[in-house]
Design a protein around this ligand. Structure first.
Ligand code: HPA
Ligand code: ZN
Length: 330
C-alpha cells in the first residue's frame, strides 16, 4: 500500500503555502532577515505545535510567517514545498495564499506575488507539477479590507484561478463576504471557501447560496444537516477534507473517529489534502498513509479520491486528461 500511495498521482486542492513553512526554513529566513523568533531551536518550535483549536493554530501560523519579507523568501517558501510535495508523488497543487497577512506587516502585494509566481513557473517548467493560485481572504478581518485587496490585485487577476475564505470561522459567517465574492464572480474568478470546519453546517449552506462557491474547504460538519448533505450530493460539490489537520485542531479526537468514511458512504465528492503540512504532522503522502491505517481503505477508494481531485483541480483540460491517464495506468 505504501508503494501504491507513493506512486498515486496525488492532487492537493487545499494547501496554505504559508502553512508549509517548515521550522528549519523559518529559522533560516529569520536569520537572513534579522528577525527574532520566540523559539530558541527548531525542536522548540516543533514542540509548540500542539493545538487545542483553530485559533490556537492561527496564532502560531501568523507568527511563523513573520519571517517572510522579500520576494526571495516567498520563492524559497513555495519551492521548498513544491519539491517536497513532488517527492511525495504530488502532481498538482491548488495553493491558497493570504495577502492580508503580509500587507498588514508592511509587505507589498507585489513582493508576495512575484515570489510565488516565480516559484509556480519554475515548478511547472521543471518539476512535473501544475499549480493553481487561490487568493484567500481572512474572514476575521473586515469585508471592506478584502474588497480593497481584491481591487489592488488587478494586475494579477488573470494569474489567479480562484478566491478563497479562511482564518477564524466561528462568528465570521460567509454572509459577511457577499460583496467580495460577487465582485470576484464579475471578474470571472472561481470561488471557494472554508466552511464547516469549526463552524456549523449552516455556513456550508451560506457559502453555496450566498457566495456561489464551487468547492467547500473542509466541510466535515455537513453531516449535522440532512439538507446540506443532500445538496452537496446532488450537486457533487467537492469537499477538500484534511484528515491530519482535523486531528491536530481537535475537530475530531482521533483519526479513527473522523467522518471521512461516512462522507464517502453518503456519496459525497470527497478529496484529501494536507492544509498546513508543516504544522499538522505531514504532507499528502502522510495523510494518505494515515487514512489507509485508520480506515483500512483499499486501492479503489484512493483511486476514487484522486479522480475526484483531478476532476476539480484548477488546471487545463490537457493537464486534467493527462493526470486521468496516469491515474488509470497505475
Ligand atoms: N482553517 C482556516 N484558516 C486557515 C487554515 C485552516 O485550516 N489554515 C490556514 N488558514
Ligand atoms: Zn485550510
Amino acid at each position: 500500500m505504501q508503494d501504491f500511495l507513493q506512486t498515486l498521482p496525488k492532487v492537493e486542492l487545499h494547501l496554505h503555502i504559508e502553512g508549509s513553512l517548515e521550522p528549519e526554513l523559518m529559522f533560516a529566513l529569520a536569520q537572513r532577515n534579522g528577525i527574532e523568533l520566540p523559539y530558541a531551536t527548531v525542536q522548540e518550535a516543533k514542540d509548540a505545535y500542539c493545538f487545542s483549536d483553530l485559533q490556537g493554530f492561527l496564532n502560531l501560523y501568523f507568527q511563523g510567517m513573520s519571517v517572510l519579507r522579500n520576494e526571495q523568501d516567498f520563492y524559497d517558501l513555495a519551492m521548498d514545498y513544491f519539491r517536497r510535495a513532488r517527492e511525495e508523488g504530488v502532481v498538482h497543487i491548488d495553493m491558497h495564499f493570504d495577502p492580508q497577512a503580509h500587507l498588514q506587516r508592511g509587505v507589498p502585494l507585489e513582493v508576495v506575488m512575484a515570489g510565488l509566481l516565480k516559484a509556480k513557473q519554475e515548478a511547472e517548467e521543471s518539476l512535473d507539477l501544475s499549480i493553481g493560485m487561490i487568493m484567500a481572504f481572512l474572514r476575521d478581518r473586515p469585508a471592506e479590507e478584502a474588497l480593497h485587496v481584491l481591487e489592488q490585485a488587478a494586475p494579477y487577476w488573470k494569474m489567479l484561478d480562484a478566491i478563497g475564505l479562511d482564518s477564524a470561522e466561528k462568528e465570521n459567517p460567509p454572509s459577511k463576504f457577499v460583496d467580495v465574492f460577487e465582485r470576484a464572480k464579475q471578474l470571472g474568478l472561481v470561488c471557494v471557501a472554508h466552511a464547516g470546519e469549526e463552524g456549523p453546517a449552516e455556513y456550508i449552506k451560506e457559502a453555496l447560496e450566498l457566495l456561489n462557491v464551487e468547492r467547500i474547504d473542509h466541510g466535515v460538519r455537513c453531516l449535522e444537516s440532512e439538507e446540506v448533505v443532500e445538496r452537496l450530493r446532488r450537486e457533487q460539490i467537492a469537499l477538500t477534507v484534511c484528515p491530519l489537520s482535523n486531528v491536530s485542531l481537535k475537530v475530531v479526537e482521533d483519526l479513527r473517529d473522523h467522518p471521512l468514511p461516512k462522507l464517502l458512504s453518503e456519496g459525497l465528492k470527497v478529496t484529501i489534502s494536507s492544509d498546513d503540512p508543516a504544522y499538522f504532522g505531514g504532507g499528502m503522502l502522510t495523510n494518505h498513509l494515515a487514512c489507509a491505517e485508520a480506515f483500512g481503505w483499499d486501492k479503489a477508494v484512493f483511486r476514487q479520491l484522486t479522480r475526484n481531485a483531478i476532476e476539480e483541480a484548477f488546471t487545463t483540460q490537457q493537464r486534467r486528461d493527462e493526470l486521468l491517464r496516469r491515474l488509470a495506468a497505475i
